[in-house]
Design a protein around this ligand. Structure first.
Ligand code: GAF
Length: 393
């Protein structure tokens, strides 16, 4: 995206040049789904698609937000008037504007002296595609305010602020993976995140060097985290952890899983709760297996683990949908090394690991299968491991 254009739009809108311009990317997650809010592991990579924000500070307590992507005027409010969803679920927090404005609220709630801002946004991260478009809006706002107010927060601290904006201000009960990916990813790497203590390791992820490609298939089925099904999964996992007497499902070791499932059954926990437990524990294990393979440079062997992860999300965690399943079935039948849904599920996107030479044929098979099923044509593009949030001007 032409970032100079975003600065010019800011000037047109607010009548003066911005203090600066920042960018923050969307992400795909290679493996480790619905594990972050179980204190577990994830392995996301940042996409080249990103939110760009031109921002100026203000000293009069006013926040103005505008997006080039949304047919709405400037959203304006006072920093003292911000009411989080957690205090008043009926509060109108401005729809999409709740993400950038929520960051102002979260920074102030943490004691940072943010006295207002003018913000103009433009994003290339597809919305509702499970590619973290909202996290990109939050993180780009957080890095901009961190610089403009010289708050000195690290990328990891900014990710946590952004998650708080989404949880408390916007009322979306997400984990911390998306914000951390957007804030902390490094070009050419996947990010091994331990969501319990936010420990991170950058894992080299150069698929081109192996003759491979990771395709993103956006099913165009809009996914929403706020509609209850995501929160139900979180609550179910908490119920399982409490019944097992552990702080989080991350504390159930893979070798202990059969015994844990028996204990849950003996305690009268439902099959659904036991299935959620099996997904989380096996998924954390898959993250460790994938990392071991990447460290050993055995990238092709990751494929079957992606397929296993998808089956677990579909059958045990029940967050897939017919369109995502069709991507995985068609892509693997057409010769992909592996495929799975990525992100929260209930629509959104899948990832497909392919030999570079087979990428076009696999993409064509998926597109044809969608047409034959009467589905909207999917959007297919390669995931290039890109850099996390940064200042661009
Ligand atoms: C969504 C959430 F925002 C993340 O925190 C994570 O839980 C993901 O779903 C599932 O892994 O993207």
């Amino acid at each position: 995206m032409d970032t100079a254009r975003v600065a010019a739009e800011f000037q047109e809108l607010y009548g003066a040049a911005p203090d600066g311009v920042w960018a923050a990317p969307g992400r795909v997650n290679l493996i480790g789904e619905h594990t972050d809010y179980n204190d577990g592991f994830a392995l996301p990579l940042a996409l080249p698609h990103r939110a760009v924000a031109a921002v100026s500070r203000r000293t009069d307590g006013v926040v103005r937000v505008h997006s080039a992507d949304i047919p709405q005027g400037v959203y304006q409010l006072g920093v003292d008037d911000l009411v989080p969803h957690s205090e008043n679920p009926a509060a109108d927090n401005g729809g999409w504007a709740a993400y950038p404005v929520g960051v102002v609220w979260a920074l102030r709630a943490a004691g940072h002296p943010v006295t207002g801002a003018d913000i103009h946004l433009r994003s290339t991260v597809p919305t509702g595609a499970g590619l973290s478009s909202s996290a990109a809006l939050e993180v780009v706002t957080a890095v901009a305010l961190n610089d403009l107010y010289q708050l000195g927060l690290s990328p990891t601290e900014l990710a946590v602020v952004a998650q708080r904006a989404e949880n408390d201000f916007a009322g979306v009960p997400c984990g911390v993976m998306d914000q951390t990916a957007s804030a902390c990813c490094v070009e050419g790497h996947a990010l091994h995140l331990d969501a319990r203590d936010m420990a991170q390791r950058q894992v080299p992820f150069d698929l081109a060097a192996h003759g491979l490609q990771l395709l993103v298939v956006d099913t165009r089925v809009k996914h929403e985290l706020g509609d209850g099904a995501y929160a139900e999964r979180r609550t179910g996992c908490e119920t399982a952890a409490a019944a097992l007497g552990v702080p989080a499902l991350r504390d159930v070791r893979y070798e202990e899983l059969p015994a844990a499932l028996e204990r849950l059954a003996a305690a009268g926990q439902s099959e659904t709760i036991r299935n959620y437990t099996r997904h989380v524990v096996t998924e954390d294990h898959r993250v460790e297996q994938v990392i071991a393979l990447l460290d050993a440079d055995d990238v092709r062997a990751v494929g079957p683990l992606l397929n296993e992860g998808h089956a677990s999300l579909r059958d045990d965690f029940e967050v897939s949908c017919a369109e995502l399943d069709l991507v995985v079935e068609t892509a693997t039948a057409a010769g992909a090394l592996g495929a799975r849904m990525t992100g929260g599920g209930f629509g959104g996107s899948a990832i497909v690991l392919v030999e570079v030479d087979a990428a076009d044929a696999v993409a064509k098979s998926v597109t044809e299968a969608f047409a034959a099923a009467g589905y909207t044509a999917p959007r297919v593009f390669p995931a290039i491991a890109s850099r996390g949030a940064h200042r661009v001007a």
